[in-house]
Design a protein. Sequence first.
Length: 291
Amino acid sequence: MSTKHPVVAITGSSGAGTTSVMRTFEQIFRREDVNAAFVEGDSFHRYDRMAMKEEMARAVAEDDHTFSHFGADANLFEDLETLFRGYGETGTGRVRKYLHDAEEAAPYRQEPGTFTPWEDLPAGTDLLFYEGLHGAVVTEKADVAQYADLLIGVVPVINLEWTQKLHRDKAKRGYSTEAVTETILRRMHDYVNYMCPQFSRTHVNFQRVPVVDTSNPFIARTIPTPDESMLVIRFANPRGIDFPYLLSMLHDSYMSRPNTIVCPGGKMDLAMQLIFTPMLWRLLERRDKAR
């Protein structure tokens, strides 16, 4: 961990709500006049869209039904570790973008589903902000988590995650329920081995828990809304957290454990503003003292 150039990482699987968390942080950065270098986890996938399809077909042909975006074979974990470590030490690093759709690809005159060339991060940024699948990943070859100063997990309970994935992939990508179910099953091995362990390394976890019936996510007609959910906020180290203040500011919240607050799902943005603004102040104060 570095004090000179802070690294903040949001980790969660696709559909977990990491994008809305990123928007909250963008608001905080604007308000606090923080110049952040943004890094998307997708840019550290090993294969572009076409190559991933080919690798997937090859894996299936070889009777490997566990190859997925969640695992080590499909990602550049060592490169991500190098970025976190290098940024922490020098405030610099090399990144690229993954172009998800035609709108993102247009300015680069490239096809959607491709990567832009690697390039240096802009000079003089205050901190690195990563949002993606693997901000706290640790494998035999790479330990990304050790170089992050603030690690945040965003995790819907599994049935809610599946409901969100089914709805998104069917609506946006035109997949059938069967195709999405097959993806969920194929990813399960990597989900258990690479995704779940990260949430024991995070400093703060936000877990959305629906309070409506999601017993069978494969037939759910709608995604539970934030107001149909509770938010479980777990602090790895509760020392220094002003729980009475948070409870007074988050209406209808309570503590379920000495390090855990439960609050209405619609209060997620407010909870993040209240929790992470002072944490960022502390990171930037430590940075200024280290320089």
